[in-house]
Design a protein around this ligand. Structure first.
Ligand code: MOS
Length: 749
């Protein structure tokens, strides 16, 4: 008798509410302990020594001097580093990146770890590391697109071909009435999370206990298990709070493995926290791109073809390709389109996922080129986008599970006042004489789902428990997932115990790809539904229950009670059911994953439209974003506060991409020249005068049981394009190399 399923659940009061962060008080009072806040008894401090050269070999380290320093306990070098069970250059899967963990004296990029000094205090270890005075044998480096080693990757991402498309692109371009052929560039970006990578590692025999910020605890467990030759369940990871991840904490970085190795070497708990400037090398970054876009349109402004060629960079020793072409697969209805990838090998650490990997860099190029084609057609850029609106996914021809992009354009434009825009560039000036420009960009990001599991319990006191190894990088998982859990059990938030952030809870998959709420939320929904169903079974078999014989009609859960569906006046509390049955609790388990059937038939993406106003000083070239309005549609909104916060954060990062952010490498030495937060510019309050996010309603019955798409990455995608287009509209100058700094417009004004 299985008369209960999740569809019977009435959605209660929590989903959709603007609840503030449940852990907020802990964070603002300092009671939330981040990884580096842990100090187990007897703990020592490990400090990395990193390479000052970008390629070559370490020929000497003054280990004796470091060891002789007061408070230094040990120096770990390739000579004495404990053996790993798997060589760190082995690639056990496509996302097991090669690690630099003192396997030899080679140097593959600047800031690569070359030794670890372990001391009784942070100061002792830091001073010891300085005494190592490394000597190097240097080799010539290449960190630019002019690198000699150029190649077509075998696959991009998880097996996407390096060349994809449909239709005859060359014919489409040849027959076009209007064409553009433009090259956009985006520089390398570093994640720069506020919290640096850190680990506190404790070995207990072959058991490993870690406090370590993770976007994917189970992935980290698996990777560390293979490296150390122990079972994954021997590794406990605690990661309740992260001070930002942005893709940089999705995989275990080499320096954290070194912290764990250091603990093994000294036989004591060890803490290793990376210094800010050490993050510019061994923990990933967004690879630079050079994207050539050739677009054609017919006389009426309909696209005839898009060719998107992406040149990007990977490291000399491993592969990751910024997948910038994805946006061209999904955004505009072109009868012929293709994307092609090429890469150069450079002497940097391996690039990695960075918030909206591919879409962030790709959309600024595509949105710029689309704007240029609209200009060539003499059309309003929003009208041009609507003219080329994709009713089905252009690459695959599949319908979308849902797509409220038209509504995004409409609501964003109305809020922004787009109808008052003058078509010609350099036609708007404010009362202070500043050139004023308005631009639009389309935002898009795939609605991914990974795999997650969850466990739910209803207890004899009528309270509930939900457990899932989920991650909160700041996006609000502690709150949003608990809202789903409370509604799933039909309980008030106060009656729910919600546990997450530990690897001994059911695997929630990775908090990445904007997929965490959808995936973990679906698992929670399944688990809570199963717990309710198990409870209903008990009641319906009990002759003394008012639910006895509810039979095929089943029951409905509401406010900690079950009621007969055929007579909602008859019901009883969870506590009454369990107490009478002599049970402490009843449990349910659930899983979350994409429906293969849906994914085969449909394309799944979130969308948005971003409108930007910029003002440019005609004499100084200074560029300010004065207004940003983004309208986004991403399925069901679990918590409007958290979702708005994600959109705003993404849009602010879009400002960064357009105007500020750029990792500058010294082409002679291969060293980062601005590898610190003083010189690596990101926006601060004064850079962002007004930013608004509109949450556009979108009902998606197909994407998953809760109708959730992701919101974490999409905000960055439309924004940079809107800003560069606004700069053109203000000045008449098209700048195609990010970031648009004043030197690139000055002299053209
Ligand atoms: Mo994100 S770059 O998938 O953490």
């Amino acid at each position: 008798m299985n008369t209960m399923n999740a569809a019977h659940l009435r959605h209660g009061s929590n989903i959709g509410q603007k609840l503030t962060r449940r852990e907020g008080m802990l964070k603002v009072t300092g009671a939330a302990h981040y990884a580096a806040d842990h100090h187990p008894p007897g703990m020592l401090y490990a400090v990395l020594a990193v390479s000052a050269v970008a390629r070559g070999r370490v020929t000497a380290l003054d280990v004796a001097a470091a060891k002789a320093h007061a408070g230094v306990v040990a120096v770990m070098t390739p000579e004495n580093v404990p053996q790993l069970a798997l060589h760190p250059d082995e690639k056990s899967n496509p996302f097991a990146f090669r690690l630099d963990v003192l396997q030899d004296s080679r140097v593959r990029y600047a800031n690569q770890p070359i030794a670890v000094v372990i001391g009784e205090s942070l100061e002792a270890a830091t001073e010891g590391a300085l005494l190592l005075a490394p000597a190097y044998e240097r080799e010539d480096v290449s960190v630019t697109f002019e690198s000699a080693e150029r190649f077509v990757p075998a696959a991009v991402g998880v097996g996407s071909p390096p060349r994809e498309g449909h239709g005859d692109v060359e014919a489409g371009l040849r027959d076009a009435a209007r064409r553009v052929d433009v090259t956009y560039e985006t520089p390398a970006h570093y994640h720069n999370a506020i919290e640096p990578h850190a680990v506190v590692a404790q070995w207990h025999g072959d058991q490993l206990e870690l406090d370590m910020p993770c976007q994917g605890m189970a992935i980290a467990q698996g990777r560390l298990a293979e490296l150390f030759g122990i079972a994954p369940q021997n590794i406990l990871i605690r990661s309740p709070y992260l001070g930002g991840g942005f893709g940089g904490k999705g995989l275990v970085a080499g320096p954290l493995v070194l912290g764990i190795l250091a603990a093994k070497l000294v036989g004591k708990p060890v803490k290793l926290v990376m210094r800010r400037e050490q993050l510019y090398g061994p923990v990933g970054h967004r690879g630079m791109t050079r994207q050539r876009l050739r677009l054609g349109a017919d006389a009426a402004g309909g696209l005839t073809a898009i060719d998107h060629h992406v040149l990007t960079a990977s490291s000399r020793f491993d592969d990751f390709f910024e997948p910038s072409g994805g946006v061209t697969h999904t955004l505009y209805a072109a009868p012929a389109l293709q994307t092609r990838y090429e890469a150069v090998r450079v002497d940097t650490g391996t690039p990695l996922f960075v918030r909206a990997p591919g879409e962030a860099s790709g959309s600024v190029a595509l949105e710029g080129a689309i704007d240029e084609l609209a200009e060539a057609c003499g059309m309003d850029p929003l009208a041009f986008r609507l003219k080329n609106y994709a009713e089905v996914e252009p690459l695959s021809g599949k319908p979308f599970t849902s797509k409220a992009l038209r509504e995004c354009y409409a609501q964003g434009a109305a809020r922004f006042g787009w109808e008052n825009r003058k078509l010609a560039p350099r036609s708007m000036t404010d009362s202070a004489g500043l050139l004023t420009g308005w631009g639009v960009g389309t935002a898009t990001f795939p609605a991914h789902m990974f795999m997650a599991a969850a466990r739910a319990e209803i207890r004899a006191d009528g309270s509930g428990l939900v457990e899932i190894g989920a991650h909160d990088m700041g996006q609000g998982a502690w709150t949003a997932l608990a809202q789903i859990a409370a509604d799933g059990l039909s309980l008030e938030m106060e009656r729910l115990e919600f546990r997450m952030g530990r690897s001994d809870l059911p695997d929630a998959g990775i908090a990445g790809g904007s997929a965490h709420t959808a995936t973990a939320g679906s698992a929670i929904h399944g688990a809570t539904g199963a717990a309710i169903a198990a409870l209903a079974e008990i009641a319906m078999r009990d002759e003394t229950s008012p639910l006895f014989g509810a039979g095929n009609a089943g029951v409905v859960a509401r406010g900690g009670h079950l009621f007969r569906r055929d007579d909602e006046s008859r019901g009883e509390s969870y506590a009454a059911i369990l107490t009478r049955a002599g049970r402490d609790s009843v449990e349910g388990r659930g899983e979350g994953a994409a429906s293969q059937a849906v994914m085969e038939q449909y394309a799944a993406h979130a969308h948005g439209a971003v409108f930007a106003e910029v003002k440019v000083d005609p004499e100084l070239g200074q560029i300010r974003v004065t207004r940003l309005v983004g309208a986004f549609a991403a399925g069901r909104v679990i918590n409007p506060l958290m979702v708005e916060s994600q959109y705003l954060g993404g849009m602010i990062w879009g400002v960064s991409l357009a105007l500020l952010e750029e990792a500058i490498m010294d082409a002679r030495t291969g060293r980062p020249m601005n590898g610190n937060l003083a010189d690596y510019h990101v926006p601060v309050n004064a850079d962002i005068p007004s930013v608004e996010a509109i949450l556009v309603h979108e009902h998606d019955p197909l994407i998953n049981v809760l109708g959730i798409k992701g919101v974490g990455e999409i905000g960055i995608t439309g924004t940079a394009g809107a800003i560069v287009n606004a700069i053109w509209h203000a000045t008449g100058v098209r700048v195609r190399a990010m970031p648009v700094t004043l030197d690139k417009v000055l002299g053209h004004l």
